[in-house]
Ligand binder design. Structure first.
Ligand code: BT5
Length: 234
């Protein structure tokens, strides 16, 4: 069972858990109404209109070593939770969900190691009921409300995500990786020419180990992480 803990304002749900994970049990979920210093990968800023969007972080106190695929698992859980509202969603390997080719959700995994892995923090930011973004991202970000013209209850979406996450995670612990199929089937990048880590490549597939298979023009290569830019969109 996931235990939800609510805060009004936090700098970042991920940072809060990084500093306080010892006080919480496995499967605690920190949720806040207003996140003042939300961040993405490489400490990039994550925007959030207070009260309108979801900022949540799931704490897992894992005993397993292979955590690389949990980003894809989380993407699949969010995808399944939003799919009942729209058919226009895609998963952009490894950690974004796109709606009408714009980013509606970002996922950030952070781990805490002290000799071994002590905790994994899975941060999820979803643009739900907001109407605006800063000029910098307004062409590449969107919300459920902007695209679907109605408002959504944040708690219903959070509960769906936790249910889907749990179901995929329990299978993952039994070495069943159904989420990879979802990430493959609804991928926004397979078959496309993209820029990844500053090089133009063609994406061929997402492999069973979660890695991206690309054609770099000379040979086929497997990537375990990377930053993909799609031409003319996110
Ligand atoms: C991500 O990073 O997409 C991961 C975002 C994770 C946010 C959650 S919220 C709860 C938890 N607490 C945190 O502090 N973080 C997590 P990345 O792939 O690095 O993308 C970041 C980039 O997305 C920024 O540089 C902007 O270009 C863009 N961006 C910022 N805010 C956005 C938003 N609300 N919607 C769409 N794109 C956004």
């Amino acid at each position: 069972m996931y235990k939800k803990v609510y805060f009004d304002t936090l700098p970042s749900t991920n940072t809060y858990l990084k500093e306080n994970y010892q006080a919480y049990e496995d499967k605690t979920v920190i949720i806040c109404n207003n996140q003042t210093s939300g961040h993405g990968r490489l400490n990039r800023q994550w925007e959030m209109e207070p009260g309108k969007n979801i900022a949540m972080s799931i704490l897992l106190k894992l005993k397993i070593k292979d955590i690389s695929r949990l980003s894809l698992l989380t993407s699949a859980a969010v995808f399944l939770s939003l799919k009942k509202y729209t058919n226009n969603l895609q998963i952009k390997w490894p950690n974004d969900i796109l709606l009408n080719m714009k980013k509606v959700c970002g996922i950030l995994l952070e781990s805490i190691f002290r000799e071994q892995l002590e905790a994994l923090i899975i941060g999820i930011g979803i643009n739900v009921n907001c109407n605006y973004f800063s000029d910098e991202i307004t062409n590449k970000a969107t919300s459920l409300k902007i695209e679907l013209h109605k408002e959504f209850k944040l708690d219903n979406i959070i509960d769906d995500i936790l249910m889907n996450f749990d179901s995929l995670y329990e299978k993952y612990l039994q070495d069943k990786h159904d989420y990879i199929k979802i990430c493959r089937q609804y991928s926004s990048v397979i078959g496309k020419d993209v820029i990844i880590n500053n090089k133009c490549v063609k994406v061929l597939n997402i492999l069973d180990n979660g890695n991206l298979l690309i054609d770099n023009g000379k040979f086929h290569e497997e990537l375990s992480f990377g930053e993909i830019t799609l031409e003319k969109s996110y």
